[in-house]
Design a protein around this ligand. Structure first.
Ligand SMILES: [Zn+2]
Length: 349
């Protein structure tokens, strides 16, 4: 077998050897065709998506925005294709309420299930409780604005969080409208809360504490998916990166569904297919074929129809071969040269 044949096998069933047609740009150039690629965690109100599209990302999932604003952005013609959560749902006074980066109208503080008038609470807590709205109405609002997923913030490191009955009520309200729930879990016990309650997706591979193997197994058994967002930790906090990569390694090894996502909009990140995210996924034990599957996963939809509108991903040769394929930086550098091209411009080889 040639190196090229070895490489196609390692890239998995979603990859095909192609040549660019004589009619388009770069006629005759050889490379690899992949499905349209998805960044499953972005904030379009905090970033310009054009740069990401120019560098190979065809579809994105916005996980926290003003629902009216993101619905308008998503209706815009052209790439990227957008699915979205709408607002962050959180406890009264909970993350990210009051954060300077949080766009106006992007947070809904919800009344906790069974909460009384707030006896014994301080002035600030009382003020937040007065603003808090009912769960059903908040979920219904996101649904009416066209959300494909409901986002909850469970950040015990930065304020109050939902208790289990309230999280259960949010899950029930979302499911009755056919929507999955995705959680930002941060701080002691928050991943466990989300996993035990049956939250569908963690929007960050857990990065604040090591999850024990039994909890990781419960996440896998429950069909939970984890969005990677490893590059933000590699950039900001080596200890958090190590924890997240270790958790994700064991989740993937146990059969967990990994979704590629960067949290684009969170500070300075390389737009498009992010080589730091890819290299960290390889370090977490994902083979090239698994990295490609994480990039092409149609979540939050069941099928890839929404990402697939006459475009494909083209990654030019030379693809790394042999030992270089398992080398995180070499594979990441190659994959980050991905570009979006019209499918009709690619011919099988
Ligand atoms: Zn985010």
């Amino acid at each position: 077998m040639t190196d090229a044949a070895d490489t196609s096998d390692a890239l998995g069933p979603l990859a095909r050897r192609v040549r660019r047609s004589l009619n388009g740009d770069h006629p005759g150039q050889t490379g690899t065709m992949l499905p349209p690629l998805v960044d499953h965690h972005v904030h379009l109100q905090l970033t310009d998506p054009d740069a990401a599209v120019a560098r190979g990302v065809a579809a994105v999932v916005d996980l926290g925005a003003d629902p009216g604003a993101i619905a308008t952005i998503a209706r815009t013609e052209g790439l990227p294709h957008v699915r979205y959560a709408g607002a962050f749902l959180t406890a009264p006074g909970g993350y990210p309420a009051g954060r300077s980066w949080a766009p106006a109208g992007s947070v809904r503080e919800l009344r906790l299930v069974g909460e009384g008038a707030g006896e014994g609470a301080g002035d600030a807590a009382l003020e937040h409780r007065a603003l808090a709205g009912p769960i059903e109405a908040a979920v219904d609002e996101q649904h009416r604005f066209g959300a494909s997923v409901v986002k909850v913030a469970l950040n015990a490191s930065a304020g109050p969080v939902f208790d289990r009955p309230t999280l259960d009520a949010v899950l029930a309200a979302a499911r009755s409208r056919g929507l999955p729930v995705a959680a930002h879990a941060e701080g002691a016990g928050m991943a466990a809360l989300a996993i035990e309650a049956g939250v569908d997706v963690l929007v960050h591979a857990s990065f604040t504490e090591r999850l024990d193997d039994a909890l990781v197994a419960a996440a896998v058994a429950g069909g939970q998916a984890w969005i990677s967002t490893l590059a933000i930790h590699v950039r900001d906090d080596a200890a958090a990166a190590e924890i997240a990569i270790d958790n994700l390694r064991r989740f993937h090894a146990a059969g967990g569904r990994v979704l590629y996502g960067t949290d684009l909009g969170n500070g300075d990140l390389s737009p498009g297919v992010n080589p730091h995210e890819i290299a960290a996924l390889v370090r977490a034990g994902l083979a090239p074929s698994a990295v490609i599957a994480a990039l092409a996963d149609p979540w939050p939809e069941r099928t890839a129809d929404w990402t697939d509108a006459g475009v494909a991903t083209f990654v030019p040769d030379p693809a790394p071969a042999g030992a270089a394929l398992a080398e995180p930086e070499a594979f990441a550098a190659w994959l980050a040269t991905a570009r979006i091209v019209p499918t009709e411009e690619l011919e099988p080889r």
